[in-house]
Design a protein around this ligand. Structure first.
Ligand SMILES: [Zn+2]
Length: 121
């Protein structure tokens, strides 16, 4: 994968803090990461942001570990059987693809999720 995150965000763990008229997202180093107007929805949004951000690195690492570095079933190079969806896909130009081309394959979706989670901007 390319486009790995290179931004230096505030170190985690982040948490939600409440104020008089605002909801805050704060970091374990006490830095204020964000302030939301307390409109009744903000605390749920802040909690979701905190949960997603605190879980990001662990989920990404686990997904990469589960996905592995290719989709072929070991010892299936002649058949090109996908480890994730079980489909057999063609060898093109006598070249074996490392990744399953089916866009509904769990492996394909996992690679797309990793790409989305690690792209800049
Ligand atoms: Zn597949």
């Amino acid at each position: 994968m390319t486009n790995e995150h290179t931004t230096n965000h505030t170190p985690k763990t982040w948490y939600v803090a409440t104020g008089t008229n605002h909801i805050y997202i704060r970091a374990s180093n006490e830095r204020y990461v964000a302030r939301l107007n307390d409109d009744g929805q903000a605390i749920a949004d802040a909690a979701f942001i905190v949960q997603a951000c605190n879980s990001h690195d662990g989920l990404l690492a686990a997904l990469k570990d589960l996905l592995g570095s290719f989709d072929l079933v070991p010892d299936a190079q002649e058949t090109c059987e996908c480890l994730h969806c079980g489909r057999k896909y063609p060898i093109e130009d006598e070249k074996i693809k490392d990744y399953c081309p089916s866009d509904d394959c769990p492996g394909f979706k996992a690679r797309a999720a990793i790409e989305s989670a690690t792209k800049e901007g």
